[in-house]
Design a protein around this ligand. Structure first.
Ligand code: ZN
Length: 68
């Protein structure tokens, strides 16, 4: 029985197989690249601090306003 504590998980970035082991410092990602991509998502414009739109501060340009 080869129980070497290495599990295979799914890489959250590419969906591929990733080794969950101490030898994989990028776990749960499969590689450094996938981890960098994920970190890049957080650091780039695609994930910003959510801007709270004030309820009464909309521009008033609703596409389907009932009265026009
Ligand atoms: Zn990956």
């Amino acid at each position: 029985m080869a129980e070497n504590k290495v599990r295979k998980v799914r890489c959250p970035q590419c969906g591929g197989e990733s080794l969950w082991s101490p030898e994989n410092p990028w776990r749960p990602f499969c590689s450094e690249r996938c981890k960098q991509i994920d970190l890049g998502c957080w650091a780039s414009d695609s994930y910003r601090i959510p801007v709270q739109t004030q309820p009464g501060e909309v521009d008033g340009e609703l596409p389907d306003s009932p009265e026009s």
